[in-house]
Design a protein around this ligand. Structure first.
Ligand SMILES: [Zn+2]
Length: 249
């Protein structure tokens, strides 16, 4: 039997048959996979305490091939980070669950390394945030990067119709029909206007690393507006309902 060493983040952990756990994780090397941890709910189980959602682990797994499907079992686990602050408030837990739900629901095979890194940095930033403003900034950063990775969002530089470069102080209009940016002369139908400071915020955060984005300020109303827009974009593009969003404000 082959074994692999990899890092993982736990996306979901469910109790099965009262004493076991079905644990779904993402690894930069394997992507999203589920293992059954037998006896994980017993108090003396050596893996039990490490199998909570959002935990970052270094894992050694055994791999058994069943046809073309790989079946993984846990051999060794080391807890690297448990992001303890994520469970201190209901809103924060839901936000962390929302990030996991986005990765679980959408097929991002082939982007495993990027998705693992995105989730890791989003959970780390969420674990450090202090209040609505910084929490909204983490959600915006997660969504805009996720949408950019999947090809549905690009820096807002020029009008999609006339091709004119936007100047620094004009609003852009995100047209509902195709989600592209337009200038005020070209936009038609339903659209979401983004003020110059919001466009500049989005363009800036797409150029820097996730860990640096907490230094870029965004005001509370602008943050709320961008968050609501990106969530509506995600829902429309993926076509899914997100269970965690229904309880999140
Ligand atoms: Zn135009």
């Amino acid at each position: 039997m082959k074994s692999v060493k990899t890092h993982c983040i736990i996306l979901k952990s469910t109790v099965v048959r009262e004493i076991d756990k079905a644990v779904t994780m993402i690894s930069p090397d394997i992507g999203i996979f589920t293992v059954t941890a037998f006896g994980a709910c017993k108090s003396r189980n050596r893996f039990g305490g490490k199998l909570e959602p959002f935990s970052v682990l270094s894992a050694e797994l055994t791999v058994k091939m069943r046809g073309i499907e790989a079946e993984y079992q846990i051999k060794e686990l080391t807890l690297l980070d448990s992001f303890a602050n994520l469970t201190t408030s209901y809103e924060i837990v839901l936000t962390a669950q929302f990030f996991c739900e986005v990765l679980l629901k959408n097929n991002t095979a082939g982007e495993d390394r990027r998705m693992f890194s995105l989730l890791y940095h989003a959970l780390r930033a969420l674990n450090q945030c202090d209040g609505e403003e910084s929490k909204n900034a983490v959600v915006i950063n997660f969504l805009v990067r996720y949408l950019a990775f999947t090809g549905f969002f690009a820096p807002l530089i020029e009008c999609s119709s006339c091709g004119r470069a936007f100047n620094d102080n004009e609003p852009v209009f995100m047209q509902r029909s195709d989600h592209q940016p337009y200038c005020s002369d070209c936009v038609y139908g339903d659209s979401v206007p983004l003020e110059p400071e919001l466009r500049s915020y989005l363009n800036t955060i797409l150029k820097i690393r996730f860990a640096q984005t907490s230094e870029i300020p965004i005001n509370i109303n602008g943050g709320r507006k961008l968050k609501a827009y990106l969530i509506s974009l995600l829902k429309e593009l993926s076509g899914f309902r997100y269970k965690t969003l229904e309880s999140l404000h």
